[in-house]
Write a protein that binds this ligand. Structure first.
Ligand SMILES: [Zn+2]
Length: 248
C-alpha cells in the first residue's frame, strides 16, 4: 500500500512536469520532412520521413533532458536489463535513461527508447521490459506515425503551406515544437493502448521474460492516468493481458 501511495505521488509529479513542456521549444524538423510541400500533403508521409524526423526529435529530447551517464546507477541497470536487445522487429534499438522523476517511457520509430528514472524507481526489471515492449508496439503499429501525420496536416493547414506553393520553412518553429510533442508524447486511444499491450505481451513471451510483469505493471498505474495521461490505463487493460497469460 505504501508502494502504491508512492506511485500516486510520483504520478502527480509526472503530470506536472511532463516532457511536453520541454517540447514547446523549437525543433528543426525541416530537413527531416524534406519540404513544406511534403508537409502540405502529410498523408503521404513515408516511413523514412518518420524515421528521419524521429532521429531529430530523439536528439532534441536528449539535449533537453538529463541523460544518465554510463557510470550512473540507472544507466547501469537499464543496460543490464536490456542486454541482448539490440534490435526488435526490424528496428535497431538505442536505450538511455533520463534522470527525471516522470513515471514514463517512450520509443520512436527509429528505435530511440528512453526510460525515465521515476518509472525505474517503481518497476521491476521485467516490468520495465514490459513497458519497453509496449512502447515499441506503439512505434511498430504505426500509432506514433499516425499522430505525427495528423499534427502535420493541422500545422500545414494552419500555416497555409499549400497556399504558398509549399515553400520550405513555411511552418513556424513554434509549430515544429508541437509536431515533436505529437510525435513523442502522443495521446493514445484505449484501442491503441490495448494493441500496444498485446504487442508488449508477445514481446515478453518472445524474449522469455515473465509475461505476468505486464499485468503487474498495468496494475501499478492508476486508472485514467496510465503512463502519464498520454497512455490512458484502465483495469480492463490489466484484465485483458491477465486473460492472455491464463490462456498461455
Ligand atoms: Zn501506451
Amino acid at each position: 500500500m505504501k508502494h502504491m501511495k508512492k506511485t500516486a505521488a510520483m504520478m502527480a509529479v509526472a503530470l506536472a512536469t511532463t516532457l511536453v513542456t520541454g517540447f514547446a521549444g523549437a525543433i528543426d524538423l525541416g530537413n527531416a520532412l524534406g519540404s513544406g510541400t511534403k508537409a502540405a500533403k502529410g498523408m503521404s508521409l513515408s516511413d523514412d520521413d518518420v524515421r528521419a524526423a524521429a532521429d531529430q526529435a530523439c536528439e532534441w529530447s536528449d539535449a533537453h533532458n538529463k541523460v544518465a551517464p554510463a557510470s550512473d546507477k540507472y544507466a547501469k541497470r537499464l543496460a543490464k536489463l536490456t542486454a541482448g536487445l539490440s534490435s526488435e522487429d526490424g528496428i535497431k534499438l538505442s536505450f538511455k535513461a533520463y534522470l527525471v522523476r516522470d513515471v514514463n517511457a517512450f520509443a520512436m520509430a527509429n528505435g530511440c527508447v528512453r526510460v525515465m528514472a521515476g518509472l525505474m524507481d517503481i518497476a521491476s526489471d521485467d516490468e520495465i521490459r514490459a513497458v519497453i515492449g509496449h512502447e515499441i508496439g506503439h512505434a511498430k503499429l504505426g500509432h506514433t506515425k499516425a499522430k505525427m501525420r495528423t499534427a502535420l496536416m493541422t500545422s500545414a493547414a494552419r500555416e497555409g503551406v499549400a497556399a504558398t506553393g509549399g515553400k520550405a520553412g513555411a511552418i513556424a518553429s513554434s509549430e515544429l515544437g508541437g509536431l515533436a510533442e505529437a510525435f513523442v508524447n502522443a495521446q493514445f486511444s484505449q484501442k491503441e493502448e490495448s494493441e500496444a499491450d498485446k504487442y508488449g505481451y508477445a514481446f515478453m513471451l518472445k524474449h522469455k521474460y515473465d509475461p505476468n510483469a505486464m499485468v503487474s505493471m498495468l496494475k501499478k498505474l492508476p486508472a485514467g492516468g496510465g503512463l502519464l495521461s498520454s497512455h490512458p490505463s484502465s483495469p480492463e487493460r490489466a484484465k485483458k493481458i491477465e486473460a492472455l497469460v491464463a490462456k498461455g
